[in-house]
Every structure is written in structure tokens, then in C-alpha cells.
Design a protein around this ligand. Structure first.
Ligand SMILES: Nc1ncnc2c1ncn2[C@@H]1O[C@H](COP(=O)(O)OP(=O)(O)OP(=O)(O)O)[C@@H](O)[C@H]1O
Length: 306
């Protein structure tokens, strides 16, 4: 079974392209989806859930078609939304039992299962209190519990560590790792921080501006790789587009482009591209670093050295 399979998946909202020409195949397991704010993560999740229709292209989740089998998908998937969605005057127990019953469990089973799940996510006596008085960490746990209560094959967690302090983040990441290991459920978790996903995910999909930047196992991600840094004396966007057409993802910063160097033929491609676009080549150099540094978001200034 493939967990996620997309082909040229694209979503536009008017002039904004949230997801662009995304083609990726992801195996089951704990999978990270990384991108800066606005990179298109939430839109991708909603398309995979069958809640938002793609503008073009296709996608399958758990081998089900998102365009036509959204209901089947949502029966087998749990979803933890990014934003707060908990009624303040209801207790965690009442809420999770309600969500379990909504997904079709009979009353007794819903109660038992809710108690188990709430304990599993680390909510004990406080689960009987109204959620309005909960900390962010407690609310995130309730959101996680409601995503798991109907025993899905996959849970999608949208920015589950958002708003948590470092200790809260560690707890949440530990929980995510345990969901994968102990329940045997696949997890798709989003974050704008690659570093924290590396710790819990078996593979990571990186998107930038709605486009696929990289999909690889976290083992590969943390190995040293060679990158090529190219600086030109004009606009880098046409060069990035040209390299993209040749299957080379890039990351731009000002007049610089960074890309992974797997093959020395890339030098020729860059030189020909720069010349063809009438640009001047200011600098082309190779450097070694970890994938996670190459794709760390919002780094700023790093490329200015030397
Ligand atoms: N319903 C919508 N209507 C118009 N534009 C939208 C809509 N939903 C998303 N967008 C735009 O699409 C782009 C991608 O948004 P998306 O929420 O998918 O990103 P994200 O990576 O999840 O970011 P964040 O972590 O900030 O939620 C953004 O530019 C956003 O403004």
C-alpha cells in the first residue's frame, strides 16, 4: 500500500497557487511534511482528506482517490487541525466520547475507547474539567485524542507543536513517536521546523511555495551532502524555473540559488542556463552541509559568507 500518491497535484485560490504540480509517493510510517508558513501544507492535507478539491492533477490516500472517495478516506483517517476547535464549556471526556459516537462507535465502546485514548495522551483527572481552563499543551492532547479515538489507519497532525514551550514540544513529539510505534498507525505530521520532525519521522517531504523541494528518508536528510551555490547579477527566478524543468529543485535567497549537487553535469546545466538567459555569473561554488541546513527555513544571511 502507498500512503500518499500525488500526480501533478495543483490547487489555486484565485491568483494564489497554494500547491503546484506536486508529484510524490510516500510509504506508510511516520511522515513529516515541512514548509514555511504559507508553503501549502494545510491545503495539501485538506486535499488529501477530500475536503478541498484540487484545481488539477490527482491524489490518492491509502490507495483511495481523494476526488471520489473522500468519505471512505475520512472514515479511515483521523485529523488534528492546526487551530483551536474545542468548545470551552465541555470536558475532554464529553468531547472525545462525542467525537467517537459521531464516527459510529456505540455508547459503551465510545466511553471505553475515549478513556483509554485520553490516558494514552496523558490526560488524567483533568479530563473531567471544562476545556476552557486547559493549557495549550492540554488542548493539543485533546485534539490528538479525538483524532485517534475511532482507531484510524492514519492520523494527520497539522502543526501539533505550535504554541508549545520546549518541554511541551518534547512531550508531543514523544507521543507522536509512540503512536507510530505502539498503535501501528501511520502519521502525517506538519511543521515549519525540519529539525523537530527529523527526530520522530522516518521520512520527510519538504515543500516550498507549494512545490516539492525534497522527499527523502530522515537518514538521508541528516547525512552530509554537497550543495551548489550559484549567484547571478540579475533575477534568479527564471533560472530556478529552468532548473526545475530539468528536475533540479532549488532554493533562492536574493540573487543566489542553492541546490543539491548529485551530478557534475549540473555545472554545465547552470552555465548554459545562465548564458541562455543573458545573466552574468557572479559565483558558482560547492559546499558541504546537511540536508536539514540546506532546507532550513528562514535562515537568512547564511549564504553571504566567504
Ligand atoms: N481558502 C483560501 N482562499 C484563498 N487563499 C488561500 C486559502 N487557503 C490557503 N490559501 C493561500 O494558499 C497559500 C498556502 O496556504 P496553506 O494554509 O496551505 O499554507 P501552510 O503551509 O499550511 O501555512 P500555515 O502553516 O501558515 O497554515 C497561502 O498563500 C494562503 O494564503
Amino acid at each position: 500500500m502507498t500512503l500518499i500518491s500525488t500526480r501533478a497535484l495543483t490547487k489555486r485560490f484565485g491568483k494564489v497557487t497554494a500547491v503546484e504540480d506536486l508529484t510524490v509517493d510516500v510509504a506508510p510510517g511516520v511522515v513529516g511534511l515541512v514548509g514555511a508558513n504559507g508553503a501549502g501544507k494545510s491545503t495539501l492535507l485538506k486535499m488529501l482528506l477530500g475536503l478541498v478539491q484540487p484545481t488539477s492533477g490527482s491524489a490518492q490516500l491509502l490507495d483511495l482517490d481523494v476526488a471520489t472517495q473522500g468519505t471512505d478516506i475520512r472514515e479511515r483517517v483521523g485529523y488534528m487541525p492546526e487551530h483551536d476547535c474545542l468548545p470551552p464549556d465541555v470536558s475532554a471526556t464529553e468531547f472525545v466520547v462525542h467525537m467517537a459516537r459521531m464516527s459510529g462507535l456505540p455508547t459503551t465502546a465510545a466511553r471505553e475507547r475515549s478513556a483509554d485514548i485520553l490516558r494514552h495522551v496523558g490526560l488524567y483527572e483533568e479530563r473531567y474539567r471544562p476545556m476552557g481552563g486547559y493549557s495549550t499543551g492540554m488542548r493539543q492532547r485533546v485534539k490528538l485524542a479525538q483524532a485517534l479515538v475511532h482507531d484510524p489507519d492514519l492520523v494527520m497532525l497539522d502543526e501539533p507543536t505550535n504554541g508549545l514551550d520546549p518541554a511541551g514540544r518534547d512531550d508531543m513529539l514523544g507521543l507522536i513517536r509512540r503512536i507510530g510505534a505502539e498503535f501501528g498507525i501511520s502519521v502525517l505530521v506538519t511543521s515549519h521546523l525540519l529539525g523537530e520532525l527529523e527526530r520522530v519521522c522516518e521520512s520527510v517531504v519538504v515543500i516550498d511555495g507549494g512545490r516539492l523541494l525534497r522527499h527523502s528518508s530522515t537518514v538521508e536528510m541528516t547525512t552530509e551532502t554537497t550543495a551548489l551555490l550559484v549567484e547571478v547579477d540579475g533575477e534568479v527566478a527564471p533560472l530556478a524555473a529552468l532548473l526545475g524543468q530539468h528536475g533540479v529543485p532549488t532554493r533562492s535567497q536574493g540573487r543566489q540559488l542553492e541546490m543539491q549537487l548529485d551530478d557534475d553535469a549540473l555545472y554545465d546545466l547552470v552555465r548554459d542556463g545562465v548564458a541562455g538567459l543573458g545573466l552574468g555569473l557572479v559565483r558558482i561554488e560547492r559546499r558541504r552541509h546537511r540536508m536539514s541546513e540546506l532546507f532550513s527555513t528562514g535562515g537568512g544571511g547564511r549564504a553571504d559568507g566567504s
